[in-house]
Write a protein that binds this ligand. Sequence first.
Ligand code: NAP
Length: 332
Amino acid sequence: MKAWVAPRYGPPGVLRLEERPEPRPGAGQLLVRVRAIGLNFADCAARLGVYPRVPKPPFVPGMEVSGEVAALGEGVSGPPVGTAVAAVPIFGGHAELVAVDARFVRPLAAGMGFATGAALAVTGITADHALVTVGRLRPGERVAITAAAGGVGTIAVQMAVAAGGQVLAVASTPAKRELAVGLGAHEAVSYEAYPRAVAAGVDLVVDAVGGSLFRPGWRALRPDGRYVLYGFAAALGAGRVRYLHAALELLRMGIAMPFSLVERTRTLAGFNLSLVPHLAGELQARFGRIEAMVAAGALRPIVGATFPFARLPEAHALLQGRGSTGKVVVEL
Ligand SMILES: NC(=O)c1ccc[n+]([C@@H]2O[C@H](COP(=O)([O-])OP(=O)(O)OC[C@H]3O[C@@H](n4cnc5c(N)ncnc54)[C@H](OP(=O)(O)O)[C@@H]3O)[C@@H](O)[C@H]2O)c1
């Protein structure tokens, strides 16, 4: 099979298309013939060698795919061969075939195409976890969402609006802010305008950027406010990890004193869903709710760009270089 391999950690240009042996599904795994790859910012971080538990090079990145079940490993009873599925292998998905833990495979809802199927699992579950499970968003609350025009962001904006939140979207360009408003955001501001916009008070901040963006939102939390940090995009440059810049951005986040949580009745929470596989069963049920929202027309997966498999490194460059909106999908 063909696979995109990172022979070393580095910028998008390190990726090489190679012939690799076909993987065999192990116990508890399914083999998926990949039809579409949903690109995640985590794939860029993995390629750069800064994602948790990233394999040593050479390795095949690829967190999320859709495709058809090609074989069942020992102890796996379904879905049957040929079923269209979405799957989250975490690594290995930039390939024609990938073996995936069966707990992270789900049949695609009726009528859902492969591109949409590759665009919804990670974004939907992450947005749901940030807004609902950890963020406890209630109707009428003001919620700030950073990187609001991105893969997770476009889903989070729609979910927050559907839950009755007053959404303050933060994005870097006018076109991205327009997209967020088109999805229902009540306000959309640049990163430069954000400190002023949020200062009026906010109940929930859902932030995947971090760095110098953290303190304005943290300070603006109203009593019982929640700050949910689930990424650190501020650390990355267009090609490489800017370690000095990342260190400065970390310092700019400052220190949260535990007693200040009590004094101000506020919550600081963080998560990385790839590190909590014990949530797998719960995630399946949640994904069912997300699919139901899509079927009811309450949620629209946004695929901002598609690339053929042969041009996968360009898709990486677009995402890491901040050029994308919604989800970037690579089709096979
Ligand atoms: N913890 C978890 O379980 C989990 C799961 C999924 C995703 N995530 C995180 O959620 C975020 C969104 O993921 P995604 O795959 O949907 O990506 P994405 O939002 O489509 O793309 C990343 C966006 O981050 C913003 N950004 C801000 N500073 C940046 C910088 N220095 N370099 C590049 N981008 C920057 C850009 O939007 P603007 O141009 O508008 O700033 C960019 O479009 C990522 O930080 C990712 O790591 C976390």
